[in-house]
Write a protein that binds this ligand. Structure first.
Ligand code: HEM
Length: 372
């Protein structure tokens, strides 16, 4: 069975075991009618429930005089564990000082533009957005079909601001389904909150009552960063240097000085010359900090042709993480990383967005109903 239920207490695509492919778009709302927006969310809800269960959108009657309701490229394909996750950005509430839909009083204090971090080299065309649709599936055509049809329904109400595909090794290619590797060759996703633990998710991922406005309870904040990797530079660095960058062994994924991927890291250990085995600047060490605030990482690799400025491949990570409170989770973490992470020699952040992923919805309701 490769269906992930669309309806539920929380949206799917957050704690769902990551599918092979990602297709994520950010949209700008062009209508100024709140009713239009509500109507759009209703149509999106119905279509998403259909597509995630392997159906086409709209009726299948073939009237040769009209464009088909469904674009057709997923006909006959399995649902491929498709999930569709919707989010709203800060600019949906207030843009250029304007309360666009009378929602100003509902904007959570946490849903504001992320601060500018040192070393950020953000491009407008990869940054921000009023709405977000994240589609994940074990088949890229299925994910693309979902986004395409949802965007099509938004005609006259919203336009695409940026779009990004992402991939991992397919589960087909990895019989053991171990932690996937990113494009720097390291296992990525080893240390993450336990998605089977309700208390871990309540602590780190799902917005709780009292955190802010009630409409977002059961939702989650999603940070998206388009991070380009200088892969040519990386490929010329030594294995020792690469391992020191992350604080882990490349092949096993074990913390430096340990044998196995899930062994606990010894941050005190020193080598025979008295130097820390896991350097002060190792990504894993800096990201963890005091270990009190974790995020749920759910990133994908991307390749996007070539970087015409340098002639190298444009490749990297669509870094995605979910959390209950960006101000105590992603933001301080990224502030530490921008300052101290050895990985900064090999990466640059080109895009950024923050969205509040809406709470889940039950059959008969619609996504966003608590907000409007
Ligand atoms: C750990 C790669 C960006 C947060 C790791 C690990 C790798 C990695 C290989 C070790 C294995 C693991 O636990 O998954 C990368 C790459 C990045 C990147 C290639 C950029 C291209 C970021 C960013 C953040 C972040 C932007 C958050 C601001 C973390 C955290 C851990 C981690 C929280 C786990 C730390 C721990 O052991 O407690 N990353 N990462 N990473 N990364 Fe990143």
């Amino acid at each position: 069975n490769d269906i992930v239920p669309f309806y539920g207490a929380n949206q799917a695509g957050i704690t769902t075991s990551p599918q092979d492919n990602l297709y994520i778009v950010s949209l700008e709302v062009t209508t100024d009618s709140k009713q239009d927006l509500i109507q759009l969310f209703k149509e999106w809800t119905e279509a998403s429930a259909l597509m995630t269960s392997g159906n086409t959108v709209g009726d299948t009657s073939t009237n040769g005089n009209l464009p088909p309701k469904d674009t057709g490229e997923a006909v006959g394909l399995s649902p491929s564990n498709l999930t569709i996750t919707f989010g709203v950005g800060p600019s949906l509430f207030v843009k250029d000082g304007k309360d666009r839909f009378g929602l100003r009083s509902k904007q959570p204090a946490e849903l504001v533009d992320l601060p500018k971090f040192p070393l950020d080299a953000l491009k407008k065309e990869w940054t921000g957005g009023d709405l977000c649709i994240q589609a994940c599936a074990d088949d890229l055509q299925v994910a693309f079909h979902a986004v395409r049809n949802l965007v099509r329904m938004a005609r006259g109400k919203a336009v695409i601001h940026w779009a990004q595909t992402g991939f991992q090794r397919t589960k087909n290619a990895d019989a053991q389904k171990v932690t996937p590797r990113n494009l720097l060759g390291f296992k990525d996703g080893t240390v993450n909150p336990d998605v089977t633990s309700k208390s871990a998710l309540q602590k780190s991922v799902w917005v709780q009552k009292g955190d802010g406005p009630d409409w977002l309870v059961g939702g989650s904040y999603m940070v998206v960063r388009r991070i380009q990797m200088y892969i040519e530079v990386w490929d010329r660095s030594t294995l020792n240097d690469q391992e020191a960058t992350f604080g882990r062994h490349r092949d096993s994924g074990a913390p430096l000085g340990k044998q196995n991927e899930f062994d606990s890291a010894d941050f005190e250990a020193v080598d025979e010359t008295g130097r820390l085995v896991i350097p002060e600047t190792a990504h894993m060490r800096v990201a963890r900090g005091d270990g009190k605030h974790s995020i749920l990482r759910r990133s994908y690799s991307y390749t996007d042709g070539m970087d015409t400025k340098t002639g190298s491949l444009d490749a990297g990570l669509v870094f995605i993480c979910f959390q209950r409170r960006p101000s105590t989770q992603f933001i301080p973490m990224q502030q530490r990383l921008a300052k101290n992470d050895k990985l900064n020699e090999y990466i640059v952040h080109r895009g950024s967005a923050l969205f509040a992923c809406l709470p889940g919805v039950q059959k008969g309701g619609y996504i966003g109903e608590t907000l409007f």
